[in-house]
Write a protein that binds this ligand. Sequence first.
Ligand SMILES: NC(=O)c1ccc[n+]([C@@H]2O[C@H](COP(=O)([O-])OP(=O)(O)OC[C@H]3O[C@@H](n4cnc5c(N)ncnc54)[C@H](OP(=O)(O)O)[C@@H]3O)[C@@H](O)[C@H]2O)c1
Length: 308
Amino acid sequence: MTAARMPRPGRAADLTVEVAPYPRASVGDVIVEVHAAAFTPGELDWEPTYVDRAGRDRSPAIPARDVSGVVVELGFGTNPSDLRIGDRVLGMIDRYRDGAAAEFVAVEGRDLALVPDGIDHVQAASLPMSGLTAWQGLVVHGGLAAGQRVLIHGAGGAVGTLAVQLARNAGAEVIGTGRARDRQAVLDAGASSFLDLAEGALESLSGSMDLVFDMIGGEVLARSIELIAPGGTLVSIAAPPPAQPADGRAVYFIVEPNRDQLTELANLLATGAIRLPEATVHPLTEAPKAFADKENGVPGKFVLQHKP
Ligand SMILES: NC(=O)c1ccc[n+]([C@@H]2O[C@H](COP(=O)([O-])OP(=O)(O)OC[C@H]3O[C@@H](n4cnc5c(N)ncnc54)[C@H](OP(=O)(O)O)[C@@H]3O)[C@@H](O)[C@H]2O)c1
């Protein structure tokens, strides 16, 4: 099969589109014929992209953890009343396994959800990692509740756009931050106000946020600690927080596959309760360009479309 592979941790310039072995279905796996795949910034130099859970090298590695496609094979131990050959599925692939920048991928069946009618593969591939990260950050780790004041850093990005909508739908008051160019999109997604981080106005929010969800890290994350209201929570995904708030807690987490949450997210997408930001779509053969553009700061989600 055709796949984009990395010989070792590195940058998009090292990514090669080449012939790779057809994947083997382990116990509980299904083989998915990939129609579309998506990736997240940083995947190419994460250690888990290149090793298994025991730390054994499995390079050359195939990136792109988001998949949408059709089930073509059921491995031993998969429940045939659960997933069937021909099902349209979406999912986030475990980070210690090969990803979906390939014509076929082996995925744990329990990590996949059905793609609802009316949702195409490009939309479906844009959802899993961004949606699950937004959900787990807000609901599982952040304790999101109606009436809270929620600050979302990087609100115009892939995770941020979905986080703004989920928080607004839950009845929170949402403030988004990011670059000036994202202001209107973040307000359209449901934020009640937007702060351009280049203007440095965060201090005005000191001690007033029930929940801060940070996608940026660095100085933005460090400055967020003092924004937490008593009993509030700071959740970060780009880097661990450098300290704990005086009266509250700060959590860093790594997103996990979860079928129930993904099914709920897919249904929200299908009913129009959430929408995805516009994605830039490339064929699989242009994977190196897609990864390089993201690496070079081109904004937005990138999707690889393997089949029209
Ligand atoms: N821990 C986890 O499980 C997990 C899961 C998913 C993602 N992540 C990580 O979380 C981060 C966000 O992911 P994503 O997919 O949402 O990425 P994304 O689509 O690139 O969104 C990040 C957003 O933050 C903005 N931003 C970054 N630095 C900024 C700064 N200094 N000032 C103002 N705005 C800034 C970006 O703008 P520009 O595009 O202009 O820079 C973009 O709008 C990435 O580092 C990703 O690797 C972690």
